[in-house]
Ligand binder design. Structure first.
Ligand code: 9MR
Length: 747
């Protein structure tokens, strides 16, 4: 499970006030359960452990092997945070537990989950080999939403096994149900529609009959009117909705509103200027994600910070990073690259798909009918490399590419040519934490086939795109790509361990067929060599329908291969069929969009929005946009453009997911350095930062405490604690940048 905030909790828990443990009192009928998933029916989340424990559900209980030889009880903990307690309320704390061998007496604690870790109740039952049930009552001395229930199982000389079940904290007051403020019921793209583009809105209403709508300009004069189309109950929001199509209006201007059913929408422009700005901002995002370089305040006012993970204390630094203990006998200089997201990790598969996103945005500008290379040219992004005669988007992508190349195992070492999967902290750190202040040991994790092929694919793509600007780099990249390809062929099934999630994400994936197809495609497009053409044509993915509910993401990279084979000039036999397959896929995303009353090309199975759904929506839109680039048919251009509406405000929450765009936008994305919500001295994320978006699985406790039971689009909250719905990530912004550039290119 995902443990983002455990390390700060693994420190000493101070016993400040031990309250009376009374004999069991009967629970009142109206008492409220404060513990979530205390019966482990849904895995172990949101329970966390210290790094020396691995919790798993066995026989319906949470069990863990506790290592021997720790000094104190709090050296090994299983706990749950975000427990709400009310001052003066009496609680009954109960659980079932067993220990093997018998005789261990762990500390069962209710206390504060953050510094100074006050203890409000503790018990130390001596466990028997079989299940014992323990029950206590105590009165809370505080009001808090930062309570914690914890089992401190450390301090024993010998290893033992601890199991627990039916953890309950009954009492107090019911949490106030969370009601998002969704504002006016007319939902529009709060940023801008294109004057000659599609213009659609969604009205939330109890009405089932057609209603009148009016489009008003900034002075309040009605400039267009019409009637709504009832659409019934929308599965993705659970609401009765109607749609409004005002695409016939071709005027231009700022501050329009749409009025229907007595409600006035948030204002919007009809103009493409905002997309020019977004094209730039979505790419400028990467500079402040950079590792290993000082961020200059003169280039990003308000965002200047010291370089992260160079060898300046308290950083352990990325210039001599060892493998996880016992995994290799060398260290690597893996400085540079972008931090993945709100954490300080750097992951090759996600770095790879992100580098592809930026390189593909650039490559599109060279070949697409509406492409404009100068909009991505030198001097566009205000980065240290601006004015070096290389397009800024290539300079920015190179910051990551150089890092990816450093992750390759050197010649002469075991698995030479493979790429390490990731490098990150040994333990999860808390928030906020500037990159330069991270004290954790950094570690390389074992090489994987997927990471190696991500390196091969992007280095091969880089070789053709940087050649006009830097021949030596192009040669070096191509050589690394070939080496990586050969290494992956020799080790075709070396996958990341799904359990390797302490201190960083796992990015595990048990299928590399798509990465092989992608790397072969990029190597072919760069070299034209028959060996790679043959590989592409014999890949089972070459003719398969690879366009699912989610066209592509970090784990599934066949579509990037198909898109590049369809658009980058080559002599590939059967290229027309490749191009037709993209248009066919786009038709199916368009069918989804047309059927959707919020107009998005995304209808996940079972209405289960996925982690990073906003990027998945945008990636599906990329396929539709490429179909336009290939065919010139306006239905694809319009569908791709319309997909932006959801991201920018035409959604059930009536908010834009891009910071600084729209009158209400995400501001508090989970990040250790844009942590303004936790520390007013730190900034919010920069304008142009995309939030992950609705995620039905609600993996983080904060989202669970607010959103349990949410329907589709409502599974999102703009709070820094919600890492599963509201993180920022490099791959997500790449999808935004690509689409912003496409829309800005449409006149
Ligand atoms: O974006 C990733 C998502 O697809 C996965 O389901 C999730 C769990 O593995 O991880 C997400 O990526 C996170 C990564 O593991 C660590 N850095 C932050 C990333 C965004 O949340």
């Amino acid at each position: 499970m995902f443990r983002r905030r455990t390390s700060a909790l693994a420190v000493l828990i101070l016993a400040t006030a031990t309250l009376t443990a009374l004999p069991v009192a009967p629970a009142g009928a109206d008492e409220v359960e404060q513990v979530r998933n205390g019966t482990f029916d849904n895995g172990t989340a949101p329970w966390w452990t210290t790094g020396n424990l691995t919790a798993a559900v066995t026989g319906g209980q949470l069990c863990t092997d506790v290592p021997g030889g720790t000094a104190d009880a709090w050296d090994a903990i299983v706990g749950q945070n975000d427990i709400t307690l009310a001052k003066g309320e009496t609680y009954r704390f109960s659980f079932t537990a067993s220990g093997s061998p018998a005789g261990h007496a762990p500390r069962a604690v209710v206390g504060l989950s953050v510094d100074p870790y006050d203890t409000w109740f503790e018990a130390r039952p001596t466990l028997t080999g079989g299940d014992g049930t323990y029950s206590y009552t105590f009165t809370s001395p505080v009001d808090t939403a930062q309570g914690q229930v914890a089992f401190q199982v450390g301090g024993a000389t010998d290893a033992w096994r601890f199991c627990m079940d039916d953890i309950s904290l009954l009492g107090g007051v019911a949490p106030v149900p969370y009601e998002p403020d969704t504002g006016p019921r007319v939902r529009v793209n709060q940023v801008a529609y294109l004057p000659a583009g599609p213009k659609n809105a969604t009205l939330v209403t109890a009405s089932t009959g057609r209603l009148a709508w009016e489009l008003k300009n900034a002075r309040g004069s009605t400039v267009a009117r019409g009637r709504t189309v009832p659409r019934g109950v929308d599965a993705s929001s659970g609401q009765n909705v109607q749609t409004i199509d005002f695409g016939a209006y071709r005027g231009k201007g700022k501050g329009f509103t749409l009025v229907a059913d007595g409600e006035t929408s948030r204002p919007f422009d009809i103009d493409k200027g905002a997309y020019e700005q977004l094209r730039t901002d979505a790419l400028k995002y990467y500079y402040t994600q950079r590792s290993g370089i000082e961020i200059r305040d003169s280039l990003r006012p308000g965002y200047g910070r010291a370089a992260g993970h160079l060898d300046v204390a308290p950083n352990t630094g990325d210039s001599k990073v060892p493998c996880q203990p016992g995994r290799c006998d060398y260290t690597l200089d893996v400085t540079g690259g972008w931090y993945d997201a709100g954490d300080h990790g750097k992951y090759v598969v996600n770095g790879g798909i992100t580098a592809w996103g930026l390189l593909s945005e650039y490559e599109r500008s060279l070949y697409a009918r509406t492409g404009q290379p100068r909009t991505l040219g030198d001097g566009t992004l205000n980065i240290p490399e601006s004015r070096n005669k290389v397009p800024d988007i290539l300079d920015e992508a190179r910051w990551e590419l150089e890092f990816l190349l450093k992750m390759q195992v050197p010649a002469g070492k075991p698995l030479a040519g493979m790429a390490h999967h990731k490098i990150h902290d040994a333990q999860w750190t808390g928030l906020p934490l500037l990159p330069s202040k991270d004290p954790q040991q950094r570690e390389l994790h074992p090489p994987t086939t997927q990471a190696t092929l991500n390196l091969a694919a992007t280095a091969a793509q880089a070789a053709r795109l940087y050649r006009p600007y830097d021949r030596a780099f192009a040669d070096r990249a191509l050589k690394a790509a070939r080496t990586a390809w050969a290494a992956a062929e020799a080790h075709p099934t070396m996958y990341a361990d799904p359990g390797d999630g302490e201190g960083g994400g796992t990015y595990d994936d048990t299928n590399a067929t798509d990465e092989f197809y992608w790397a072969a495609a990029e190597l072919y497009l760069t070299t034209g060599e028959k060996k790679f053409a043959d590989y592409v044509q014999h890949s089972p993915l070459h003719t398969a329908d690879i366009f699912g509910n989610v066209a592509f993401d970090w784990a599934s990279t066949a579509v990037p291969a198909r898109l590049d084979l369809a658009t980058v000039p080559s002599r590939l036999p059967g290229r027309d069929a490749v191009r037709r397959s993209v248009a066919k896929a786009a038709d199916s995303y368009l069918a989804t969009l047309t059927a959707h009353p919020y107009g998005l090309p995304y209808a996940p199975a079972g209405n289960r929005y996925d982690w990073g759904s906003n990027s998945q929506i945008l990636n599906n839109a990329v396929v539709v946009a490429v179909a336009y680039d290939i065919t010139g048919k306006s239905r694809y251009r319009d569908g791709a453009v319309q997909s932006m509406d959801y991201i920018l405000g035409r959604n059930a929450l009536n908010q834009s997911y891009v910071t600084g765009y729209g009158s209400v936008s995400s501001q508090n994305q989970h990040s250790r350095w844009y942590a303004h919500e936790l520390d007013p001295a730190l900034p919010n994320p920069p304008h142009g930062t995309l939030a992950g978006g609705a995620n039905s699985a609600l993996q983080d406790p904060f989202a669970q405490s607010k959103l349990t039971g949410c329907v589709g689009q409502f599974c999102y909250i703009d709070d820094i604690e919600s890492w599963s719905t509201n993180e920022t990530a490099i791959n997500w912004n790449a999808a935004l940048a690509w689409m912003a550039s496409f829309v800005a290119d449409q006149g």
